[in-house]
Ligand binder design. Structure first.
Ligand code: NAD
Length: 436
């Protein structure tokens, strides 16, 4: 039996960053991974998607190049090249992860729990007083007739050629990012979303804004529609407003959420598994002493940066987990932090919300990306920011400033009193802070 100070199961962003940091602090750390280093984020999620988003942005820019005085001639797309570039980006980052975890003992194989403090990998036993489970999640499947004819986000990201028409089931984060990419490459895209609006956790004004922007680009977005069947010929049958509609397409992508991947042998432990994943308390302790669960596997917040932040909390860092920004890498991007206006209303909060359009911003206009809004919501008594919601250029980067103000519990006036450089997109935040 090999003994360590800490065992980490899973080398996604939650697992490998936590393992690397624990090893750097002097602990003996065993990191166990059955697949590629980097987990979903690096191999089948955030990073490959962002590489494809860049290809999509180049395609969109070229399409509109003549208005900038650039005439690129005939534009043609080579998706195989875009896919190969995506793989190169992933490979480079994988090497980075390998060096980041150099201070850990890396065990390749599937960990299975023997008891609360022991796991077995390839027939060998490992024990530690602390074990962190960071085994992530996998794409969820709808149990409906013909579900096997749809592909998951994993399969979508490993394609090297694109079909002509794609139907995406689910207008959540993954569905909208894929729709935005596919449309830029000239694919005919339809998104079928069950709820009244796309991006259910986002502020409704922002989600609507994105829906309108993507609809103008030619993406067919159908909301309040329940998919009932997927046929072998990739047609999709859905019900909406009492009507049954059949939609023909060449490929169906299922993007209806993700499910926790619970390690095997969990039944040999006192760990409790609920509907959303492994149950944890505020410090990410499971019901087994010394065993923690971070990241997608606990279902608290399925975001790479939330997983790493939870890992830092387990290692004893003071870190504010109440303020976690998130972003959707569509064109235009969307980002949010804190409460939506709908949540403020539900909670009967005394708040003020202002909306600032990007079209008044010099940088956004100069970039030709002035389609969007920023909504800032502030508590009328404390003047602290309750939420910020953006649909517009570089929203994913812009959200960091209100997130910092919220985390540091600064009043919104601190933003107003900070000089923002001109001409930048950040002036939209400053203007919102001045107006609210
Ligand atoms: P999601 O929960 O964001 O969206 C799934 C969507 O599918 C929902 O809008 C839901 O209403 C819809 N849906 C469910 N059943 C349906 C049906 N029968 N017919 C039509 N629509 C249906 O899930 P996702 O987009 O698959 O993403 C999974 C997880 O990964 C999320 O937690 C997400 O936050 C995370 N993620 C984050 C990012 C990012 O931060 N940029 C990117 C990708 C994924």
């Amino acid at each position: 039996m090999k003994e360590f100070d800490l065992i980490v199961i899973g080398a996604g962003p939650g697992g490998y960053e936590t393992a690397a940091e624990a090893a750097a602090s002097g602990l003996s750390v065993c990191l166990i991974e059955r697949g590629e280093l980097g987990g979903t984020c690096l191999n089948r999620g955030c990073i490959p998607t962002k590489a494809l988003c860049k290809s999509a942005d180049v395609a969109l820019t070229l399409r509109e190049a003549s208005q900038f005085g650039v005439n690129p001639g005939d534009i043609s797309f080579d998706y195989a090249v875009a896919a190969a570039r995506k793989d190169e980006v992933v490979n480079m980052l994988r090497q980075g992860v390998e060096s980041a975890v150099a201070g850990c003992t890396l065990i390749r194989g599937e960990a299975s729990f023997v008891n609360d403090s022991t796991v077995e990998v390839n027939g060998e036993a490992f024990t530690a007083p602390r074990i962190i489970i960071a085994t992530g999640s996998r794409p969820a499947e709808l149990s409906l007739p013909g579900a096997e004819y749809a592909v998951s986000s994993d399969a979508f990201l490993s394609m090297t050629e694109l079909p002509g028409r794609v139907t995406i089931v689910g207008g959540g984060v993954i569905g909208m990012e894929f729709a935005s990419i596919l449309n830029a490459f000239g694919v005919e895209v339809t998104v079928v979303e069950y709820m009244k609006e796309i991006l259910p956790p986002f502020d409704k004004d922002i989600a609507k804004r994105l829906r309108m922007a993507l609809s103008r680009r030619g993406i067919n977005i159908i909301t309040s529609a329940a998919v009932k069947e997927i046929r072998q010929d990739h047609s999709v049958v859905y019900e909406s407003k009492g009507k049954t509609v059949e939609l023909s397409s060449d490929m169906v992508v299922m993007a209806v959420g993700r499910r926790a991947v619970v390690p095997s042998g969990i039944e040999n432990t006192s760990i409790t598994v609920g509907r959303g994943g492994i149950e944890v308390d505020d410090l990410f302790r499971t019901t087994a002493p010394g065993v923690y669960a971070i990241g997608d596997v606990n279902g608290v917040m399925m975001l790479a940066h939330a997983a790493s932040a939870q890992g830092r909390k387990v290692l004893g860092h003071e870190i504010d987990l109440s303020v976690i920004p998130s972003a959707v890498f569509t064109t235009p991007e969307c980002a949010m932090v804190g409460l939506t206006e709908e949540q403020c209303k539900e909670q009967s909060l005394d708040y003020k919300a202002v909306k600032i359009p990007f079209r008044g911003n010099g940088k956004a206009l100069a970039m030709g990306e002035a389609d969007g809004i920023l909504k800032l919501i502030v508590d009328n008594t404390t003047r602290q920011i309750l939420g910020c919601h953006i649909c517009g250029p570089h929203a994913a980067d812009l959200i960091a400033e209100p997130a910092l103000a919220m985390s540091a519990k600064l009043p919104v006036d601190a933003i107003n009193e900070t000089v923002h450089s001109h001409p930048t997109l950040t002036e939209v935040i400053a203007l919102a802070a001045a107006r609210v």
